[in-house]
Design a binder for this molecule. Structure first.
Ligand SMILES: Nc1ncnc2c1ncn2[C@@H]1O[C@H](COP(=O)(O)OP(=O)(O)OP(=O)(O)O)[C@@H](O)[C@H]1O
Length: 451
């Protein structure tokens, strides 16, 4: 992107330039360098999320972007203007900030607080126009604080006060909106409503930069993320490029699994608790799919078992979980059925396993090969969250295969899998006799060869 030479007119950057350009910033506070070598371009009409661990410098960067802090090196331009060289009124027409700390010392009511947002637009004589009043009422409606208008802000809850301060920033009608932890004190409904509102404003042409701790909200709502850590930018770009397991481990020192949210499709981060690898010994193969195996893969791996899973389709959430846990996954391409190579690979895993777990899978054609293969297991644990009798698989091949497994496996609920596997691996018998196992295996083999 080339740099323009012209200066801003009415909050618009010179042609083709980003609205915000921070170049090679170094920021020192209290004699310590907090950020160094930080550069950031934010195009008009984008919603950028600043993420990073506590103390990474998100607030510090926002304060540099609004001109409250002057960098030791580098510069911040908003709409082509050096923000630290503008007078406060001119800067306040370009940038509105919703601070992290919403405590206020003044005893205004909510409407008066929102009206403060209009100050940079008032004439020298303080004339108050219909447009100013309309901007205040509109900002209060959009942040759902009209009902609080006459309440003293000091008497509002933290979340209510935060929404009033967002309204004040909206009333300021600036091209750039900076928000420091805008959802920190909000209930789940107002978290979503606030970020939906920011998204709407961005769709209408505003530009927003927000420090957001909740990585999943950030991934869902922001166009781009900037990951700060160790005094600099570790990664920047679309959420899927920034929220990788390697980046999260490097920046947060956290063990996290990155997948897609099953409902929204957004990148989804699950932080896993710090687990010391358990000392369980043995091999466990899991049959799953569609997320049914994920929890078992995690718990069995954490317990110390050598875990394999499959066959799964590439792209299945269980495949992604297996990959991030380092679990051996037998896979086939998306939407493909289990081919002979995968069948052999699964048979090999099952033969070597001390126990096979069949997750609460859909019993149907997609899993038929896996269910039949599981019949060869010496020790079998079946997970049933819904009673089998309530499922309507009457007469299908899947049901026949599954019934054979049931005849010889231990049926448990999802929470009991680890205990059942441990009992099985340590040699405590499943509730089927060896005679039943042999019969089931023979029936399974004759069934397989018939199809
Ligand atoms: N006035 C100051 N003097 C010295 N150090 C400061 C000052 N203000 C902030 N810091 C330090 O700068 C670092 C960055 O702080 P900052 O508040 O920007 O981080 P943050 O990423 O917003 O953190 P959090 O997620 O906890 O809100 C911290 O180590 C903080 O202690």
């Amino acid at each position: 992107m080339t740099r323009g030479n012209g200066s801003a007119r009415g909050g618009t950057p010179p042609d083709g330039d980003p609205l915000v350009r921070a170049s090679d910033l170094r920021i020192d506070l209290g004699g310590t360098t907090i950020l160094d070598g930080v550069s950031l371009d934010v195009d008009t009409g984008t919603f950028v999320g600043l993420i990073g661990p506590n103390g990474a410098g998100k607030t510090t960067l926002l304060r540099a972007l609004n001109g409250a802090l002057t960098p030791a090196l580098g510069r911040v331009e908003v709409a082509g203007e050096r923000i630290d060289r503008l007078g406060s009124k001119a800067a306040s027409r370009l940038v509105a900030t919703v601070p992290q700390d919403t405590s206020v010392s003044f005893d205004f009511d909510a409407r008066e607080t929102v009206r403060m947002g209009r100050t940079p637009h008032l004439s020298r004589f303080g004339g108050w126009s219909d447009e100013d009043s309309a901007a205040v009422e509109r900002a209060m409606e959009r942040t759902d604080v009209t009902g609080l208008a006459d309440r003293a802000v000091t008497g509002l809850s933290g979340g209510e006060r935060q929404r009033v301060l967002i309204a004040r920033a909206l009333a300021q009608a600036t091209p750039l909106l900076l928000l420091d932890e805008p959802t920190a004190s909000l209930d789940i409904n107002h978290q979503v409503r606030t970020l939906e509102l920011v998204s709407e404003l961005v769709a209408e042409g505003k530009t927003a930069v927000a420090a957001i701790h909740d990585l999943n909200l950030a991934a869902h709502y922001c166009d781009e993320l900037v990951l700060l850590s160790g005094g600099g930018v570790v990664a920047a770009g679309p959420p899927a490029e920034v929220l990788t397991e390697a980046n999260l481990e490097g920046a947060f020192d956290a063990n996290a699994v990155v997948s897609r949210h099953p409902v929204t499709g957004s990148v989804y981060v699950t932080a896993l608790p710090e687990t010391r690898a358990g000392d369980a010994e043995g091999r466990v193969h899991v049959v799953g799919g569609g997320g049914t195996a994920a929890r078992h893969l995690y718990l069995l791996s954490a317990a110390g078992y050598d875990v394999s899973v499959g066959a799964l389709n590439e792209g299945d959430t269980d495949t992604e979980t297996a990959r991030s846990l380092g679990v051996d996954a037998v896979t086939v391409p998306p939407f493909s059925s289990v081919d002979s190579a995968a069948r052999d690979a699964v048979a090999d895993r099952i033969e070597r396993a001390d126990c096979v777990v069949v997750a609460d899978v859909e019993v149907g054609r997609g899993n038929l090969a896996n269910l039949r293969a599981a019949a060869d297991a010496d020790s079998l644990v079946l997970v049933e969250e819904r009673p089998f009798a309530e499922r309507n698989y009457a007469g299908t091949e899947g049901e026949r295969a599954y019934e054979r497994l049931r005849a010889r496996g231990t049926v448990v609920s999802a929470g009991d899998v680890l205990a059942a596997v441990t009992a099985a691996v340590e040699g405590e018998a499943t509730d089927a006799t060896s005679e039943e196992r042999t019969e089931a295996r023979e029936a399974s083999q004759s069934d397989s060869s018939a199809t």
